[in-house]
Design a protein around this ligand. Structure first.
Ligand code: MF3
Ligand code: CO
Ligand code: CO
Length: 290
């Protein structure tokens, strides 16, 4: 169906199409003619939505800062869960992980060989030398932001420290690969995989980055390796996460049969992950979850 120049734009901005996404659509049409895969309109956020996601992201980052200040050896991961709930509620937001597909807690805390989706517990105590991923997803007024960081508890081994730092680098390299209207989702994965391989890490394949903003998980999938398929071109208004999981050993993982959430490395090797929520802009990329 054709939109006329003076009709309201399809993005929901309430602006006229000619003053909103008309030029954008013409640019995408050219890209398509040039053989590129184009994102669906659902993948494009308008200004109001981006503003909503920014507000959720500010709380999410504030929570991770708060946890960073308080995390220490001897504390139960349950205490991090309580911090997440209380901090988030203080800002009139909610922890989106809670009851997401039945997830029983408010935040994911994943230690050492736990790759992701670790469930906070009063029986899991942080030890000196642990490397810990804390992954928070905040929802405010219906908008979602998702980010995670690694924390090192006291003195950690040199190889664990290097894994943590290099995994952060992998995320940064993924972000740096983004060129609006040019690079595609698969280029992010390729950049991350190339870096990981060169440094002898494996990349977990079972979990990916994802579109985010109006729900926790939206299209597209953001692979952390070079995919076999054609992937969409990155264009302004797309909001998604990059969240590489790198292992010191093999890439294989398994899910705990009892809790059905906790993901471990098959070989027991250490795993690290960092995650940001990103916005593609006209001339680059904005880290929304900074
Ligand atoms: N924050 C996670 C992500 O990065 C999602 C966790 S889902 C949960 O996609 F249910 F495990 F919390
Ligand atoms: Co995510
Ligand atoms: Co996350």
């Amino acid at each position: 169906m054709k939109i006329n120049r003076n009709d309201p734009c399809w993005c929901g901005s309430e602006k006229k199409y000619k003053k909103c996404h008309l030029q954008f659509d013409e640019k995408l049409k050219e890209l398509k003619l040039a053989g590129k895969k184009i994102p669906t309109r659902k993948m494009i956020k308008n200004e109001a939505q981006i503003e909503g996601i920014r507000k959720a992201a500010a709380i999410n980052s504030g929570l991770l800062d708060y946890i960073e200040e308080h995390i220490h050896a001897g504390m139960a991961t349950e205490e991090i869960d309580i911090m997440a709930k209380e901090y988030t509620e203080k800002y009139h937001a909610t922890c989106a992980d809670y009851q997401y597909m039945g997830f029983p807690k408010h935040i994911c805390v994943s230690i050492n060989d736990v790759v992701c989706h670790g469930i906070p517990s009063k029986d899991i105590i942080l030890q000196e030398g642990d490397i810990v991923n804390v992954d928070a997803t905040t929802m405010l007024d219906g908008y979602y932001a998702d980010a995670s960081r690694m924390f090192m508890i006291g003195n950690v081994s040199p190889e664990a420290k290097k894994l943590v730092e290099d995994t952060k680098k992998a995320l940064e390299i993924g972000i740096a690969s983004i060129v609006p209207y040019q690079s595609c989702v698969g280029d992010i994965g390729k950049a991350i995989e190339t870096f990981a391989k060169a440094n002898n890490y494996s990349v977990v394949r079972e979990f990916c980055g994802h579109g985010v903003g109006l729900a926790i998980h939206e299209d597209p999938y953001v692979f952390h390796f070079e995919p076999n398929e054609r992937t969409v071109t990155l264009v302004p208004g797309m909001v998604f996460t990059i969240e590489p999981m790198l292992n010191l050993g093999k890439r294989d993982v398994f899910v705990d049969a009892d809790d059905e959430w906790t993901v471990y490395t098959e070989d027991g090797s250490l795993s690290a992950q960092w995650e940001h929520t990103l916005l593609v802009t006209e001339d680059g990329v904005e880290i929304i979850s900074k």
